[in-house]
Design a protein around this ligand. Structure first.
Ligand SMILES: [Zn+2]
Length: 262
């Protein structure tokens, strides 16, 4: 982090907001909120907050990743707390944001990061494409949270039964076998860019044992992590220890996110 010499939820928000030039406006907004939260509603909020660590208070990538995994355990157990989903938090964030993590994952409707990690508004900056495939345009979006807003953690999240990876695997396996790829006729849509983007993962997964699509999903996460670590917006942050990039896979069946070695 860049000279973070203050601590606490509100001050951290100011630090992040200042990075995008709205710090002073947020000071006023937050001061107003901090003196205006008495009564039963505040007690209930404090009670709920005591059980769930406030992501906005956390500074290190390790703390933030642990908190995201704890949120995932709540989600998997059907015990989501839905933190910071209230009007007060929404209004506090009007003048600026300081998300603590960036998450890059698939467009799959069953893999909603704010639900999967049980986070609130302003906590994580999410970029989604089919099978988290990327190009220069997408990479700039993914890197924005860490590079511009000082989020110290970037999570690349693949998932079980990814349709895009499965389609790419089938097309590439058919091509390997010398067969005509038939998915375009079958489905009436074309994914040539996605298939091309996933080809390195397909090649890497060939050397792995077990289910070939599962292996390709994990390989795609690992390759994406490596590529993002080398992105011009992120390489220096990674080298300086200001950004940690982790890879993980989400199980549709269990709801559990599992970190993978990259
Ligand atoms: Zn997917």
């Amino acid at each position: 982090m860049k000279s973070l010499n203050v601590s606490g939820n509100r001050r951290k928000l100011l630090t992040g907001a200042a990075a995008i030039g709205t710090g002073s406006a947020l000071v006023l907004a937050l001061d107003a909120c901090s003196t205006d939260t008495g009564g039963a509603a505040a007690s209930e909020t404090a009670s709920a907050a005591a059980e769930v660590p406030d992501l906005k208070d956390l500074e290190t990538a390790e703390e933030i990743w642990d908190a995201l995994l704890e949120g995932n355990q709540r989600w998997a157990a059907g015990e989501s707390a839905h933190p910071d989903a209230d009007v007060e938090t929404r209004q506090e964030l009007v003048e600026g944001q300081a998300p603590r993590a960036a998450v890059f994952t698939c467009v799959d409707s069953r893999v909603a990061p704010e639900l999967v990690f049980d986070t609130g508004v302003g906590d994580i900056m999410v970029t989604r494409t089919a099978a988290n495939t990327f190009d220069p345009l997408v990479s700039e979006s993914v890197s924005y949270g860490p590079a511009a807003l000082e989020a110290p953690l970037l999570v690349v999240l693949g998932h079980q039964k990814c349709g895009a990876v499965t389609a790419a695997h089938d097309a590439l396996a058919a091509a390997d076998a010398g067969e005509e790829a038939e998915e375009a006729e079958d489905h009436g849509y074309h994914l040539p860019e996605i298939v091309e983007a996933l080809t390195p993962a397909y090649e890497a997964a060939k050397e792995e044992s077990g289910d070939p699509v599962d292996a390709m999903i994990a390989a795609n996460v690992a390759l994406t992590v490596q590529a993002l670590k080398e992105h011009p917006n992120l390489a220096e942050l990674v080298a300086d220890g200001e950004l940690t990039v982790v890879g993980a896979v989400y199980s549709l069946e269990t709801g559990v996110v599992t970190e993978i070695e990259v």
